[in-house]
Write a new protein. Structure first.
Length: 179
């Protein structure tokens, strides 16, 4: 079964049902999701697409995140060590390039460096991105005002507010309820 963002637009009960369904299902599930809690509770492997490669991690999302951080630190250390080594080898090559007594050593090191597997610089894309929104200071404090607001369809009312609701520019409003 392939699931693409299955928890979008689900209420809490729907998400709990889906988690339970995924746990009991004795078959392979592939899921694309940004819901970390859902991934932690229902899945045992994580496959990451990064740097044009697929990397598989055993365990839930939290385990994946820890392992990815460890791998990043290891690759960063290996990259730094290799860069230091390459710098020293290049320094030797430049220093003795034109000395006939060291010509064979210089050529040997050049060939060795050409054959060496280079460690790629690690990319740490697990850090949070800072997103900022510019709020126009010219906005009035009061954005919207409702009197006896009701929401529904046809003759069915889903929600009503008998009192006045004022929405100001610094408010954050969440609406929750059953689907």
């Amino acid at each position: 079964m392939i699931l693409d963002e299955p928890t979008n637009h689900l209420d809490i009960e729907g998400i709990m049902f889906l988690e339970h369904f995924c746990e009991l299902r004795g078959k392979t599930l592939i899921c694309i999701s940004h819901d970390k809690k859902f991934l932690n509770s229902a899945f045992t492997n994580v496959v990451e697409i990064s740097n044009k490669k697929l990397e598989t991690y055993r365990g839930n999302y939290d385990h994946f995140f820890e392992q990815k951080q460890k791998n990043y630190e290891i690759q960063l250390k290996n990259y730094g060590d290799q860069q230091k080594y390459l710098k020293n080898q290049n320094k030797f090559i430049e220093r003795f390039r034109y000395k006939s007594s060291k010509a064979s050593q210089v050529q040997s090191r050049i060939k060795m460096l050409d054959k060496m597997d280079k460690v790629e610089a690690p990319e740490n894309d697990t850090t949070a991105r800072n997103i900022t929104f510019k709020i126009d200071k010219r906005l009035p404090n009061m954005i919207m005002e409702f009197d006896e607001l009701s929401v529904g369809y046809g003759n069915t009312t889903l929600m009503s507010l008998p009192r006045k609701l004022e929405v100001t520019k610094d408010m954050r409003i969440g609406v929750i309820g059953k689907n």
